[in-house]
Design a protein around this ligand. Structure first.
Ligand SMILES: O=C(O)C1=C[C@@H](OP(=O)(O)O)[C@@H](O)[C@H](O)C1
Ligand SMILES: C=C(OP(=O)(O)O)C(=O)O
Length: 420
């Protein structure tokens, strides 16, 4: 696995046979980082099994350790968290790489802290907006600021949140809403978390948050479409099993569809609770994917679907994906640029839509191209799919997959994919 990650680029050799085999998916990033935080906010010991071990969960675990929580890693899919139920003020800035979940969830969790804390990330994180969450926390009386509306964030904690109404605009990221919901259970009194303004992108991530909170003992009810009431129960330590990562599964479902193979991931799409599992039905429709795909409820699956759409029989327009502009990179621009490197005009941006022209004749061609990946795991993983069918696609910076799926290249190799 490490060898693939050390290479400056990888050029998968197109497959000649359908991909077949059985793979174990990594654990869900979204659920692992929720469970790590909730376990840290609970007094006692929690064993998290089926967890993801990757850069995003590493940075969450490291930050919790820096705040006095004991996080053990007995094997490659388990965290054991021992906590006093509160986060101590760290002695140095917390570094969270480019882990959006860790950045947003911890910023809100630190609203209950004492003293000065700086939460920082890498140069990519410095471009990812956090101002709506900062504004919501400031409205609760917290002394908090973010330069240019992006990390680093500086928090001057004065103890516990009082409770009451919290208002948040989740238009740019549902993670702001999840972050407030999770800290709300640790306030002194009951809280109401209410959405302001724009509709949140992927509601499914809010559902994941509510499920994780309830699993760790929280009492939370939905008052109406845009309001949740959270009781000041705090959290209870427990053992918790994390389901496999649905976003990671989309690459393998797509590899199966593109190659006409059969890959056993050990769990049917219908059993996932994560939003991206919805992409499976669209992948199953390949090579007759619909002309219009609303990606709002399966955002992280769009790179997978867009690359697959390049091989579809007819063009596909992706709408509802404006948020993709503020992920690890501007994914709409990256997909248009890199697909067009394969064949000019293969994809174009139209406003915040992405139109993939579709060219079923791409398969089997020799079309050398160096694919930029913009330090974005999903751009690398999705273009690897195109490389299974097109000869000469060189994927730059293959190590960027370590954000959520360090074993990705190895998983493809296990299915018989070879690299130049
Ligand atoms: O809550 C979560 O776990 C996530 C929410 C989504 O982000 P946004 O809420 O920023 O759209 C998603 O893209 C991200 O990978 C994980
Ligand atoms: C957007 C993503 O990550 P995050 O926001 O958690 O950094 C992702 O994994 O595609």
């Amino acid at each position: 696995m490490t060898d693939f990650l050390k290479r400056p680029s990888l050029t998968p050799i197109p497959i000649e046979q359908p991909l077949r085999g059985r793979l174990t998916l990594p654990g869900s990033k979204s659920i692992t980082n929720r469970a790590l935080l909730l376990a840290a906010l609970a007094k006692g010991s929690s064993r998290l099994s089926g967890a993801l071990k990757s850069a995003d969960t590493h940075w969450m675990a490291e930050a919790l350790r820096a705040m006095g929580v004991v996080v053990e890693e007995p094997d490659d899919s388990t965290f054991v968290v021992h906590s006093q139920g509160r986060l101590q003020t760290p002695s140095a800035p917390l570094f969270l790489g480019n882990a959006g979940t860790a950045m947003r969830f911890l910023t809100a969790a630190l609203a209950n802290s004492e003293g000065r804390v700086v939460v920082d990330g890498d140069e990519h994180m410095h471009k990812r907006p956090i101002e709506p969450l900062v504004r919501a926390l400031r409205a609760l009386g917290l002394d908090i600021s973010a330069s240019n509306g992006c990390p680093p964030v500086t928090i001057e904690g004065r103890g516990r949140l009082k409770g009451g109404r919290m208002e948040i605009d989740g238009g740019l990221s549902s993670q702001y809403v999840s972050a407030l919901l999770m800290v709300a259970a640790c306030a002194e009194g009951p809280c109401e978390v209410a959405l302001l303004g724009s509709e949140i992108g992927a509601r499914g991530y809010i559902d994941l948050t509510l499920a994780a909170m309830r699993a760790f003992g929280a009492e939370v009810e939905q008052v109406d479409e845009a309001t949740w009431r959270v009781q000041p129960t705090g959290y209870q330590a427990r053992d918790f099993a994390i389901e496999p990562d649905a976003s990671a599964a989309t690459y393998l479902w797509a590899a199966e569809a593109l190659s006409g193979g059969a890959i056993d991931l050990g769990m049917p799409a219908s059993e996932f609770t994560q939003p991206d599992a919805r992409a499976k039905a669209l992948i199953d429709s390949f090579p007759d994917m619909p002309a219009l795909i609303d990606g709002a409820q399966m955002q992280d699956a769009i790179p997978t679907l867009a690359v697959l759409a390049a091989f579809n029989r007819t063009p596909v327009r992706f709408t509802g994906i404006a948020n993709l502009r503020v992920k690890e990179c501007d994914r709409i621009a990256a997909l248009a640029t890199e697909l067009s490197r394969i064949r000019p005009g293969l994809a174009v941006e139209e406003g915040d839509d992405l139109l993939v022209a579709a060219d079923p004749n791409l398969a089997g061609q020799h079309l050398p191209a160096r694919i930029e990946t913009y330090a974005d795991h999903r751009i690398a993983m999705s273009f690897a799919l195109a490389a299974l069918k097109i000869d000469g696609l060189e994927i730059l910076d293959p190590a960027c997959v370590s954000k959520t799926y360090p074993g990705y290249w190895q998983a493809l190799a296990q299915l018989g994919v070879r690299y130049r």
